[in-house]
Design a protein around this ligand. Structure first.
Ligand code: UD1
Length: 383
């Protein structure tokens, strides 16, 4: 019987990461099973990505839904353990840093199933972020660690992960950006919203630190109100953010501003159309820091730290924190500067953010499954 690779996807940011891997594994006739944990379940947070990216229908759906961290993680573990005992995969691939990632890693490790972590090694060094806990635990449990950038390799080596487990494969999300950018450019969303390319600010926010309390979300709204005096603001609202807006009557305040357009969460193509043509992006998302860097679009990140420092040192991202005055001064500076990275001949995204990461991962799996020597792990020593 052919050895099976179980690929886990649970939340929105996982879908664009597993798709290139599944494509590359299938092109080499390697057997995969896709497991959707159900961490995200709304059409706009899940189904639309499967449809637009052309991801195969999941072989197994665990249907866990939303809950507290402990309950959600536990429910995923119970359901995924039953799947593993039944299906006996040779490898489990987990992506990113969401609760589904750590839950399935814990199950696989205890059943003695090998784990590959896609997007390994990222560190914000901020232990108040649930994602940081998920990243560190998942990396510690993984048998191979597929990293997007040299800082990932260094973080892992510093934590004592043996160099032979670490493979720098590049940024797999960017495979999907590059494949679907032409399709995104055909979307009519700018006309629908009556906005012009390079003449609007795109905003996304969903980190608990920014959106869970009245105080932090009011600060962000103050930033958006001031930003909207310069350019129209387009704001697709994550369900977590919508919950706080509604519960604190902030929705009415923001809806009253005709220069700020609130949208439902957007599908992949419409959102990529918005990102790739924005004058500036304001965000607290990890993935959007990377997508803007790949696209050469200026990005201001409303956080005190980032697990993706390469987007600052080599890309278009600036970390601006959450203090209203500081964010507004960075916003003003960015709008006044004429640096259009995407048009600059001298700008190129980080190394290995080239649309071929899925293929590099598949090379590794092909070798591991046939027990040939895998391509060489990244050989670096800890700093
Ligand atoms: C999760 C990830 C985060 C990722 C984000 C992307 C963890 C710990 N967090 O955060 O790293 O950046 O996804 O979106 O895994 N909800 C819906 N519909 C859905 C899903 C969620 O309405 O399809 C609502 C529910 O009220 C839920 C809340 O959003 O309680 C938060 O969802 P959850 O998956 O717990 O965390 P996210 O904030 O989405």
């Amino acid at each position: 019987m052919q050895k099976k690779i179980a690929i886990v996807a649970g939340a929105r940011p996982n879908f664009m990461k597993v798709d290139p891997l599944i494509r590359a594994l299938h092109s080499r006739n390697l057997q995969t099973e896709l497991i959707h944990t159900g961490q995200h379940y709304d059409t706009n947070m899940s189904d639309i990505f499967f449809k637009e990216l052309g991801i195969p229908t999941p072989d197994v759906h665990l249907d866990v839904g939303s809950a507290s961290h402990a309950v959600q993680t536990a429910n995923i573990m119970i359901a995924f353990e039953a799947y593993c005992q039944r299906a006996k995969p040779e490898w489990v691939v987990v992506a990113g840093d969401v609760n589904s990632t750590v839950a399935c890693s814990l199950v696989a490790a205890k059943l003695g199933i090998k784990i590959a972590h896609l997007e390994a090694g990222l560190r914000s060094f901020d232990w108040t972020m649930p994602e940081e806990i998920n990243r560190v635990v998942t990396d510690r449990l993984s048998d191979i660690l597929l990293t997007p950038s040299p800082d990932g390799d260094q973080n892992l080596l510093r934590e004592g992960i043996p160099a032979e487990k670490i493979y720098r494969v590049g940024n797999i999300m960017i495979d999907t950006v590059m494949r679907l950018l032409p399709e995104a450019r055909k979307q009519t969303i700018l006309e629908e919203l009556k906005i012009q390319a390079s003449e609007y600010i795109l905003c996304t926010l969903h980190r608990p630190a920014n959106v869970d309390s009245f105080e932090s979300l009011s600060n962000v709204i103050e930033v958006l109100e001031t930003a909207a005096e310069s350019l129209p603001v387009i704001f697709p609202v994550h369900p977590r953010t919508a919950n706080t807006l509604k519960s604190h009557q902030l929705m009415a305040r923001i809806e009253g501003n005709t220069r700020i357009q609130l949208l439902e969460p957007q599908g992949y193509l419409r959102f990529l159309a918005l990102t790739s043509q924005a004058r500036l992006v304001l965000t607290d998302s990890g993935g959007i820091q990377e997508e803007t860097t790949a696209l050469g679009i200026p990005c201001l990140t409303l956080r005190e730290n980032t697990e993706r420092p390469i987007t600052i040192t080599e890309g278009t991202n600036k970390l601006v924190g959450t203090d209203v005055k500081k964010v507004l001064s960075a916003l003003k500076a960015s709008l006044e500067s004429n640096s259009h990275h995407k048009d600059s001949e001298n700008y190129s995204p980080p190394e290995l953010w080239d649309g071929k990461t899925g293929e590099r991962c598949a090379d590794i799996f092909e070798s591991l499954l046939s027990r040939k020597e895998p391509p060489e792990a990244t050989q670096e020593s800890a700093a």
